[in-house]
Each structure stands twice: as structure tokens, then as C-alpha cells.
Design a protein around this ligand. Sequence first.
Ligand code: DOR
Ligand code: ZN
Length: 347
Amino acid sequence: MTDRLTITRPDDWHLHLRDGRMLDAVTPDTAMHFGRALIMPNLVPPVVSGSDASAYRDRIMAACPDGASFTPMMTLYLTEGTDAADLVAAARDGIITAVKLYPAGATTNSASGVRDIDSVMPVLEAMAEAGVPLCVHGEVTDSEIDIFDREAVFIDRVLDPLRRRLPALRVVMEHVTTSDGIDYVRSGGESIAATLTTHHLFINRNHILAGGIRPHYYCLPVAKRETHRLALVAAATSGDPSFFLGTDSAPHLDTAKLAPCGCAGIYTAPNTLACLAQIFDNEGALDRLDGFVARHGAAFYGVAVNDGTVTLVRTAAPQPVPDDRMTPEGSLTVFDPMVPIHWAVAG
Ligand code: DOR
Ligand code: ZN
């Protein structure tokens, strides 16, 4: 039995750090364990230009603990007013790594997102030509589509037609939650990949709704039924390089989560690696954890793997859920996987 596991210093290819006091509170949790993270641009107002991204990057660096070896990789928020020349220049100059598509109304701070994909086709064509990846929040927003079907419908109505129109566009389907998404990415060739979150490998919709409503498990895309969770676990632990970690760790104050209309998002940054080690261990796939957290994403984004390592140790006693984080504006609850976690990061 493996009791110590040393992996390459990992990357988180989908992370929300926010801004201001929340940024200061949460950045150390990621910077401690990860070499890089792809930073989501859904601030208020959103990160829409190369100069916004560069200024936000500076604020993130200022929030990193001294001596942390952490590099934020920036994204732009695609709007119907995005300036393609500014975007391509920001990518060429190494300011941004990717561009994020939020369908308008799909999730937190997505009001400035895209209503009509045709209106951004010239920008997407410029991205395809310049090799800038598009990260997609893959859910339709139509009120007549059931929330549990929104990912599968998005693939049929938006994503597949887009990729047929622009086969050269490199796409990351973010936080896939369904077997439909897994199957689509598996059969999609080299131009598409997917991120999987930590929490979607643990929870299904019963965790949110059975025996009481648990707002801390509410996120978007919402967790689906158990058969889908099992498909996600199989994909993550399969060794298929199309799948890699993007935690979607999304901090919201408890006051915003525990409300009559609570925010979507789960804060997993502090215990993500320990939780993932447990899932891979359960599947007999500890030897594939390194690929999922440190290699597949780097290969897709065309960057070298990180220097350095992280060591995880198996613990006889289950690890407690990390304490709530305290910010000057209130508390922030850390993800509780609801199963015993017998792994911890040793250093
Ligand atoms: O649960 C989520 N939270 N899903 C998203 O797509 C956005 C995120 C956030 O920013 O809070
Ligand atoms: Zn997200």
C-alpha cells in the first residue's frame, strides 16, 4: 500500500480568486499547493481587456504569501463588445492564457456574457487563428430548459455547432458534470479538453437536496445524479489526457450562501489535493493523480510542467474538514466531502 505519494507541483486550470479582501483571504490557500492557476475573469466589473488582466494579475501577486512559487494565468471575459485586436495582442504578449465564454445569465456575474454566439464569431475566428483557447461555461440559460439538462442541451445547440463552424478553435469544456459531456470530449479529438472539479467527483444532487437543503453544495453547473458522478470519476482516473483538474473553487461569504437566494459556488482550494488523493486511491489509480493534476492541463495549454513537487501522506485517522476561513467581511466555509479523507498534504 502506498503511504506517501510525491507528485509534480500541480496546476488548477479553473479558479475564482475574486478581488479585494476576499482575494487576500483565499489566494494563500491555492498558492501554498499549486504552481499555477487559470484565474476566472467574472469580477464586478469583469476583466475584459488586456490592461484589466494585467492589473488584476498584479493584485493577485500582491496577495500571494512571500516566497510562494505561484503564477496566476489570466483570462479575459468574452463580451459582445470584446476587441479582438486587444485580445490577440494580450495573448501574444503573454498577459492572457485563455478567454472565458459565459452565456449571459448562466452563473455568478455573468450578466455581461454572450447572448448571441453569432455576435462574437469574428472574435472567435481571431482566437482560432491565433491559437487562443476558449474556456466554456457549457450551459444554456433558457428558462424552459430544466436546470439538470442545461449542459447536455448546450452541447447539442451551441458547442457542437460552434466547433463544426470553427474546427481550429481550441476549446476547454469547463467543469463537466454529465456523462454526455464526458462522451462528447472523449470523442472530440485534440482540439477539445475538459476540466473536472473536485466537488463534482464527490457529490451528486442528493447531497444538495435529500434530507434537508444544503446550500454549501450548490454550485453551477449543479451536481447531477449518481450515474453522472460515476462517469466523472471514471474519466478523471482513466489517465485520458483530455481531462484535467480545474477546481472551480468559488468562494462566497456564508452570508451570501445561506440566504433565500443563495450564491452558486463551493470553496475547495484548501482540501482539494487531499480529497483528490482519496478519490484516486479509492479507484486504485494513485499513479494517475500526477497526470490529472499536473500534466494533462499543461500539455493542453502548451506549457512545461511545474518544477517542484508536493507530497501527500496517508493518515490513519480521517482528516478534519479545514476550518472556515475568516475574512474581514465574514466567514467562508470550506468544502466538506462527507466521506472520510485519509490523505493530507505533507509539504
Ligand atoms: O458555482 C459556480 N460558481 N459556478 C460558476 O460558474 C461561477 C462560480 C462563481 O463565480 O461563484
Ligand atoms: Zn467557475
